[in-house]
Design a protein around this ligand. Structure first.
Ligand SMILES: Cc1cc2nc3c(=O)[nH]c(=O)nc-3n(C[C@H](O)[C@H](O)[C@H](O)COP(=O)(O)OP(=O)(O)OC[C@H]3O[C@@H](n4cnc5c(N)ncnc54)[C@H](O)[C@@H]3O)c2cc1C
Length: 460
């Protein structure tokens, strides 16, 4: 039995995915009077930016913390504007935390001009080259000239082989594994060009933004169905549908599984917006033409993993927030001490640490238990901080997500699908269309707004 969304001729709009992008599209459509229904597989909104409550003993279950470390930059104007629009502006804070790298067994601070001067792992000439090339990337107004070359080639040429091997090759390897030498310089340019020293955080967690979006969509008459996994999406051309008297039939059928193992059902809609990774959308919509699949069912993505630790004391006592681990042999690529950025008092005194990784989605880590991961990771924490003892860990959580980091090779832009799919009333917007910037909440929100504007002008 197919239910039809009532209240709108043609059946309303289904939005697949309740992350930053899907909820932004749904908000803008609902504000324009569209009847929207969001399907989100997870029991919580927010997608990759969703949080959990690490201090449930505090009133109201305590603040949220992202499952994967998150902050925003000064250039992230769309997410900042949305935070203001939804009445959360006074919770947005902009500290300038300390960032460091472990190289040669030592902690260095080369990410500020002053810190770079003291970066003894590089010769004075290399330090000058690194500073000058970074300044050039900050000043270059467009990514276009950088599209023709890989970061691997450009950085070795302009910053020098030693700078590349000490600073950037470990970063590229950590994010992209053995594809490290194929990543577009346009992507690297955007990382340097748009990033600020001050980092914005929504005190209490970015989850508040996503909960506020859900509340606002609901207030406007839309529906957000959490814990609803979309199984497939099919188009029935109106000519084949039983056209009785009354409103035109809704041509799209979304088949979904709700909470509970047997709760498979379907709903008819007039229009569908998918905000899932392109490769997932292509699997869910079997009628997408072969030619479209050949071009856009393409490319690879890494999954993300974070082990989050609550400690009874500060770990990086010099106040470092972000620690890139560029020495070989560590089982994680970054250590982020969140409570060297936000006050530990917000979390009942807990010191919160992320140990993060990007890995191929079939990597064995994704199949390991939290206990196995702790056993592998804690000795490596001790290697970084010799005083560390396992008994400092009071709680721990392990989080994993597939499709977390697109692999932005030079041919990536040729495989970014258009927002309008080649089937009637089907739209595609996903973080895999964000380019050349690294994916981020800001860019999903900006893309969601662009998609909603095009949708509304087409269907007006
Ligand atoms: C480790 C890590 C660190 C990051 N750090 C930052 C940062 O510091 N700052 C920042 O701004 N951004 C950061 N990001 C990126 C940011 O989280 C993403 O860019 C943004 O959240 C993407 O939003 P989205 O809606 O486009 O995609 P997603 O969040 O991936 O949303 C897609 C949604 O679709 C749902 N879904 C998938 N399949 C189905 C299905 N079959 N049925 C129903 N629903 C489905 C998923 O559950 C998900 O909620 C980070 C990401 C990671 C992984």
């Amino acid at each position: 039995m197919t239910e039809t969304v009532a209240g709108q001729a043609g059946g309303g709009t289904a939005v697949l995915g309740g992350g930053a992008l899907g909820l932004t599209v749904a908000l803008r459509l609902a504000q324009a009077g569209e009847r929207v229904t969001v399907f989100e597989r997870e029991p919580i909104a927010g997608g990759l930016a969703a949080g959990f409550q690490p201090a449930p003993d505090l009133p109201g279950g305590g603040p949220y913390l992202e499952k994967f470390y998150h902050h925003i930059f000064r250039s992230d104007t769309r997410v900042t504007a949305l935070i203001e629009e939804l009445g959360l502006g006074e919770r947005l804070v902009w500290p300038t935390p300390k960032n460091a790298v472990v190289y040669g067994g030592r902690r260095w601070f080369p990410y500020t001009p002053l810190g770079l001067l003291g970066f003894g792992a590089l010769s004075p000439v290399d330090r000058v080259r690194m500073g000058a090339a970074t300044a050039l990337l900050k000043a270059a107004p467009s990514h276009t000239p950088f599209e023709r070359v890989t970061a691997h080639d450009w950085l070795r040429r302009w910053m020098g082989r030693r700078v590349y091997e000490v600073c950037w090759q470990p970063l590229l390897r950590a994010k992209f594994g053995d594809r490290f030498d194929r990543i577009s310089m346009a992507w690297f340019w955007a990382r340097i060009h748009y990033r600020s020293f001050a980092l914005g955080y929504l005190a209490g967690g970015f989850q508040q933004l996503y909960d506020r979006l859900v509340a606002e969509i609901t207030r406007l008459g839309g529906e957000v169905r959490l814990a609803h996994e979309v199984l497939d999406v099919r188009y029935q051309p109106p000519g084949n549908a039983a056209a009785a008297d009354g409103p035109p039939p809704a041509p799209w059928t979304v088949r979904w599984r709700g909470p509970g193992v047997h709760a498979v059902s379907e709903t008819a809609f007039g229009r569908v917006v998918s905000t899932l990774p392109t490769r997932l959308t292509v699997r869910l919509v079997p009628q997408l033409p072969e030619e479209f699949r050949r071009r856009y069912d393409w490319g690879e993505a890494y999954g993300a993993h974070c082990l989050v630790l609550a400690l009874d004391r500060q770990l990086l006592t010099d106040g470092t927030y972000w620690l890139n681990v560029n020495d070989p042999g560590y089982p994680f690529l970054v250590l982020v001490e969140h409570t060297n950025y936000m006050p530990a008092a917000d979390y009942g005194g807990r010191r919160l640490i992320y140990l993060g990784n990007y890995l191929p989605m079939d990597h064995p880590l994704f199949g390991q238990s939290k206990e196995e991961i702790l056993a592998a990771f804690l000795p490596a924490v001790r290697r970084l901080v010799p005083a560390f003892e396992d008994s400092w860990v009071t709680e721990s959580w392990s989080f994993a997500a597939p499709y977390a980091q697109p692999i932005v090779t030079r041919d990536y832009p040729e495989h970014i699908p258009p927002l309008k799919a080649p089937l009637p009333h089907l739209w595609l917007g996903s973080m895999f269309q964000v380019y050349p910037q690294d994916r981020g909440q800001n860019y999903s929100i900006a893309l969601g707004e662009r998609l909603a504007a095009q949708f509304l002008s087409t269907h007006a």
